[in-house]
Structures are given as structure tokens and as C-alpha cells.
Design a protein around this ligand. Structure first.
Ligand code: BG6
Length: 527
């Protein structure tokens, strides 16, 4: 499509194509008066601006929003804040190489990059000292004054691209020195990301420290899996399609797998990873969030609170994890990383079977599987249906019906079906109905998770963020198991780099009822 900035700038703040009032508002028609009356000027502050997360994820996400016209030069100022002494240009140069052109023509790209980088200013200061935050507040206030933003209507978004150990002092500084008044529609919002503690007690401690400083409405806990296109599609898929309503339960579904695989190891993050392990890194948050969306009941509305209420109910219905429902693994060579302890007991692979004890799901195992240094990279949800009763085609040998939602890469949904093998003979073959996004939505670039979540934060939509009680319930499920691993009572089984993980994990899968289809491979369409 060759989308250019001038064409995308016409995009409105709304997702709706039908809203005529919105359609007719182009960026050039949006005035500063508009920016100050209903919505005061927006300042986005990236704390930890010189770090990896900021460079690789936060600034590129902001750039993509800028490229598409969701944040605009005449309204928004972006501030980077960190301890390192840097000039504005030094920070901009660090960010530049991480910005991607996407579908913007190369002739326009450098122009857009220049405009975007100009929006960024840098403030240096420490994370627990008044002086830096007073200076930051002055800079933000100057920007607001320049834009004529009324006190009380300004919007301040603080993105903490920082280790959680400094969340409490940073939040305290923001609360004391950088808040704006909110009496005319303004706000202050704080975005934080995992790890939120290491177990129930430490997470609760962090939650109460932050809770004393900010209301739940001001806190945006990112789980970036909630920003992925096909995860966001789950509610629509489940509740806007009559087809699925009668099928989505224990009467028809035999087992559900939620799988995360990476074909590389800890890659320079060994120090962090060794403290946390695959369950804290992936399963307790990303995969469990996906489980909630797969298993939850229909919310009474699409309001973030109604949706999150239903997710919490799922978490509260999960039974305690039994040892026999867990297989842990550690890839060979993991401990060669000098930042990893020589006698590390940290799992880099885990399969955990969860049981959701409610009317819809009793007896259906939810198999959560995650691993590093495996033979492929993908994340998917695999819903396997029960065998057909009284099967006259003897098609059982062909495999069961499966509905697969491929979260990444090659986003897709496909339904594995048994069909008549084309030709003169009457025999059956396993095939699929395939909705591959690249092929079906060729014109639409799939947004990055961070991009969408930052936009949600600006819009004040907490639907795709983790609420405090959700976080607590998630830790309640995994803390006993994690403590047993930390204490060395459960040990990971070694597995080869580039393998499927320990054989024991496949055995657990089979025990849980999963029937693997041999000889069938789904290949994403090439065009
Ligand atoms: C992060 C984990 O949350 O998610 C990483 O800390 C992991 O270990 C990453 O690599 C995977 O994210 P994605 O979006 O590439 O699947």
C-alpha cells in the first residue's frame, strides 16, 4: 500500500470507520485549542530512557504511533529520563537505529524520523533524588505552558522502562514532584511492567507500595501478550460467533494447550533469567493471561472492569498444581553462561497442567508449555476436540479436530478438519480451513503489542492491563510450585538445545489426553 505519513495522519483517534464526525477530522484541522480544551497537552516521560527496553520497545512503539498520526507534534512532547548524562541529540542518536520504516516509503522515512526525534528531550537525574524530578517537572510544565495547556487539563504519562526495584522510589518522586492537577480532565498515569515481585508475598508488597502512591486507575501494568493482535481477537472470536458458543466447553473440548517456544537461549539475559526462570518469565503472566481469555465467561459488557472481573473468576477456579502435572527442563549449556549460577536449579522449560474447576471446564486440562532454546519459535493456542462418537469413517487415525490460534509468527487461525480425500476413492484426509492474516489482510500491518498498549494508556482503557487482584490470583496459583523449585525440591531435566524439550513433557501431554496427529503439518501460505 505504501502508506505515507500524510495518508496515515488522516487516521482518527478512534478505531471506528463508521464515525463520520471522526472521519472528517484530519491532523491539519486539529488545532491547539482542541488540544487544550477537551484534552490538555500530553507529555510522555520514558524513565530509563538510556536502557535496552526503552530503545528497543518503548521509543519504537512511540515512533509507530507518531507515524500513524496517533501522537502529533503539535500536542505531544516526549521526555527521556535516566541517570546517564546525555544531550538531547545523544539520546536521539541512540534511538534512531531502532526505528523501522514499516510500510512508509523510504523517501519519506528520514523526514518522519527527524520530526519524531525532534519531539524528544532528555533530562538526566537519579531515581531517588528530588532534584532530577523537580527539573523534570519544570520541563514538562514549560511544555504545557508553551502549548497554553490549562493546569488541571494536562496529561502526563510516565513509562517506567526500569527494573522493578526502583519502582517504589520513582513512583514516590513522581507523586511528590511531577503530578498535575486533574480537576479539568487532566491525568497522571504510570506504566509498569513485570517482574512484579518473585512470589505472592513480594508481589503484594510491591503492589501495596505502589497502591499507597497511586490509585488503581492510574496504574497500567503491562503484559505485552495482551497487546498481541490475536490475543485481542479472542473475545471477538468467542463471543461474536454463534458457531463457537455451543462448542466451547467440556462436552466438546478434550484439552487445551497454550504454548510458547523460542529457538534461542537466554542471550545476554542470563543474570536476570536465572533469578526468575521460565515460569515467572512466561507462564505465570503471558500464558496465564491467555488462558483467562480462552476460559472466561462472557462479560456483561466490554468495560475493562467487567472483563477483568471474569478473568479473575477463572484464576480463582484454578486448582492447586500437583507435582505430577509438572515437567521442568533446563537446556544443556545454560550454566556455561558466566552470569548464571554454576549449580542453578532454574528451569528454562516447563510444562504445567492446570485444572479449572468450574461448570464449563471441569475435566479439561489446560496445558501451559514454555521453553527456551527449543527447535522452533512460535506461540499458539491449540484447542483439541474430543473424538467423534460412533465414527463410521474410522477417521480417528487421521487425527482429531483442532482449532489453532497462531499468535506468532505468521498470525493465523486454522481449523483442522477431516475431509474426503479428493479423487475417485472414498477415503478421508486431514485438512484445514485457514485464515492466515498475511494473506487475508495484506494491506494491514499488524501493530506491535507495545504500540497498542501505549495508545490504550493514552486513551485510559485498562482492558488490556493486569489489575491488582488478577496479579495476586496469578501468584497464588504458582507460588507454592515456585517455592519448591527455589528450594531445590523439584529439579529440571536436562534437554538438548534445538530439541522439543524433555521427552517427559511429551509423556505428560499424552497423559493429559492430548493426541498428537502424526504426518500432518500446517504450513502458512507463502503469499
Ligand atoms: C518477555 C520475556 O516477557 O517475553 C522474554 O521476558 C521473552 O524472555 C519475551 O523472550 C517474548 O516476547 P515475544 O513477544 O517475542 O513473544
Amino acid at each position: 500500500m505504501g502508506s505515507t505519513v500524510s495518508s496515515v495522519l488522516k487516521r482518527s483517534d478512534s478505531f471506528s470507520d463508521d464515525d463520520e464526525s471522526v472521519k472528517s477530522t484530519t491532523s491539519s484541522q486539529r488545532t491547539e485549542a482542541e488540544c487544550t480544551s477537551e484534552n490538555g497537552c500530553l507529555s510522555i516521560v520514558v524513565l530509563g530512557a538510556s536502557g535496552d527496553l526503552a530503545k528497543k520497545k518503548t521509543f519504537p512503539a512511540l515512533f509507530n504511533l507518531f507515524k500513524q498520526g496517533f501522537i502529533q507534534e503539535n500536542e505531544v512532547q516526549i521526555f527521556g529520563y535516566a541517570r546517564t548524562k546525555l544531550s538531547d541529540d545523544e539520546l536521539r542518536n541512540r534511538i534512531r537505529g531502532h526505528l523501522k520504516s514499516g510500510n512508509v516509503e523510504s523517501s519519506e522515512f528520514s523526514n518522519i524520523v527527524t520530526k519524531f526525534l525532534k519531539m524528544i528531550k532528555y533530562v538526566s537525574g537519579s531515581y531517588d533524588d528530588k532534584a532530577g524530578f523537580v527539573l523534570l517537572d519544570e520541563k514538562i510544565s514549560e511544555h504545557e505552558a508553551r502549548r497554553g495547556s490549562h493546569e488541571g487539563s494536562s496529561r502526563r504519562l510516565f513509562y517506567l522502562a526500569l527494573p522493578p526495584s526502583v519502582y517504589p522510589p520513582v513512583c514516590e518522586m513522581i507523586q511528590h514532584f511531577c503530578m498535575n492537577k486533574s480537576d479539568q480532565g487532566g491525568w497522571t498515569r504510570v506504566v509498569v511492567e513485570k517482574p512484579f515481585g518473585k512470589d505472592l508475598a513480594s508481589s503484594e508488597e510491591l503492589s501495596s507500595q505502589l497502591g499507597e502512591l497511586f490509585d488503581e486507575k492510574q496504574l497500567y501494568r503491562i503484559d505485552h501478550y495482551l497487546g498481541k493482535e490475536l490475543v485481542q481477537n479472542l473475545l471477538v472470536l468467542r463471543f461474536a460467533n454463534r458457531l463457537f458458543l455451543p462448542l466451547w466447553n467440556r462436552d466438546n473440548i478434550d484439552n487445551i494447550q497454550i504454548v510458547f517456544r523460542e529457538d534461542f537461549g537466554t542471550e545476554g539475559r542470563g543474570g536476570y533469567f536465572d533469578e526468575y526462570g521460565i515460569i515467572r518469565d512466561i507462564i505465570q503472566n503471558h500464558l496465564l493471561q491467555v488462558l483467562c481469555l480462552v476460559a472466561m465467561e462472557k462479560p456483561i459488557s466490554l468495560s475493562p472492569e467487567n472483563i477483568r472481573d471474569e478473568k479473575v473468576k477463572v484464576l480463582h477456579s484454578v486448582l492447586p498444581i500437583e507435582d505430577e502435572d509438572v515437567v521442568l527442563g533446563q537446556y544443556e549449556g545454560y550454566k556455561d553462561d558466566p552470569t548464571v549460577s554454576k549449580n542453578s536449579n532454574t528451569p528454562t522449560f516447563a510444562t504445567v497442567v492446570l485444572r479449572v474447576q468450574n461448570e464449563r471446564w471441569e475435566g479439561v486440562p489446560f496445558i501451559l508449555k514454555a521453553g527456551k532454546a527449543l527447535n522452533s519459535r512460535k506461540a499458539e493456542i491449540r484447542i483439541q476436540f474430543k473424538d467423534v462418537p460412533g465414527d463410521i469413517f474410522r477417521s480417528k487415525k487421521q487425527g482429531r479436530n483442532e482449532f489453532v490460534i497462531r499468535l506468532q509468527p505468521s498470525e493465523a487461525m486454522y481449523m483442522k478438519l477431516t475431509v474426503k480425500r479428493p479423487g475417485l476413492e472414498m477415503s478421508t484426509v486431514l485438512s484445514e480451513m485457514d485464515l492466515s492474516y498475511k494473506q487475508r489482510y495484506q494491506e494491514v500491518p499488524i501493530p506491535e503489542a507495545y504500540e497498542r498498549l501505549i495508545l490504550d494508556t493514552i486513551r485510559g482503557d485498562q482492558q488490556h492491563f493486569v489489575r491488582r487482584d488478577e496479579l495476586k490470583a496469578a501468584w497464588e496459583i504458582f507460588t507454592p510450585l515456585l517455592h519448591r523449585i527455589d528450594d531445590g525440591e523439584l529439579k529440571p531435566i536436562p534437554y538438548k538445545v534445538g530439541s522439543r524439550g524433555p521427552d517427559e513433557a511429551d509423556k505428560l501431554l499424552a497423559k493429559a489426553g492430548y493426541v498428537q496427529t502424526h504426518g500432518y503439518v500446517w504450513a502458512p501460505p507463502t503469499q
